[in-house]
Design a protein around this ligand. Structure first.
Ligand SMILES: Cc1cc2nc3c(=O)[nH]c(=O)nc-3n(C[C@H](O)[C@H](O)[C@H](O)COP(=O)(O)O)c2cc1C
Length: 195
């Protein structure tokens, strides 16, 4: 058997093969809540035969959404919205389900890619992002708020609270999003800060 199609055990989770459906932002949530789109999208991916399905970047607090359409898991309402999606997957598929927890940092409050991806100013319904420093994502854009100790603690707790909610939902594995120039990556890379 090829390595690709051989099982892989990661602590308590066994993948039937090494193919993983990447987390893919859908920008189709409402107030962070999963919609019928998530049922269709994740439902179809759950029937793909992959070894693991990872739910898209899921914001740990409203301010951490890349766009207003990002999925979230920060309160009882956003948690409840995922219950039927996961129930449908569980009913029709044995695929393990992971979730990517994320915070967009200075890349928050942006338009969806198909609308250009630029910052949505507060005056146009956006919000002031929080970031490691008050450097704007793009020259000329409104700068984000620099996180202080209380803000860092709040975000750390938000990651922990979302992880607990994910466990309650029966999510099998979590991935912390520390790439693509989002909050955690912004602490790691001066280049990501300027992109
Ligand atoms: C529609 C779309 C949405 C994506 N959303 C996410 C995301 O939520 N989180 C993430 O880490 N990567 C995201 N990515 C990046 C993919 O996970 C992956 O890293 C990228 O497509 C490169 O992998 P590939 O060379 O196998 O295509 C997204 C990619 C696409 C095409």
């Amino acid at each position: 058997m090829s390595a690709l199609f051989s099982p892989l055990t990661l602590r308590s989770v066994t993948l039937a093969n090494r193919i993983v459906v990447s987390p893919m932002c859908q920008y189709s949530a409402e107030r962070g809540e999963a919609t019928a789109w998530h049922m269709i999208h994740l439902g179809s991916m759950a029937l793909s035969g992959a070894g693991l399905l990872c739910i898209e970047a899921t914001a740990v607090e409203p301010d951490g959404r890349i766009t207003p359409g990002d999925l979230g898991l920060w309160d009882d309402v956003t948690e409840a919205a995922l219950v039927p999606v996961l129930a449908a997957i569980r009913k029709h598929s044995s695929i393990p389900v992971a979730m990517q927890l994320s915070h967009a940092g200075r890349k928050a409050s942006s338009h969806a890619p198909w609308e250009g991806g630029q910052l949505i100013p507060v005056a146009e319904g956006g919000w002031l992002p929080h970031a490691p420093s008050a450097l704007p994502h793009k020259a000329g854009e409104e700068p984000p708020l620099a996180l202080d100790t209380a803000g860092l603690n709040r975000i750390r707790e938000a990651f922990a609270a979302s992880a607990r909610r994910a466990a309650r939902l029966g999510i099998d594995a979590l991935e912390v999003h520390a790439a693509h120039g989002y909050l955690l990556h912004q602490f790691l890379s001066p280049i990501a800060n300027q992109r």
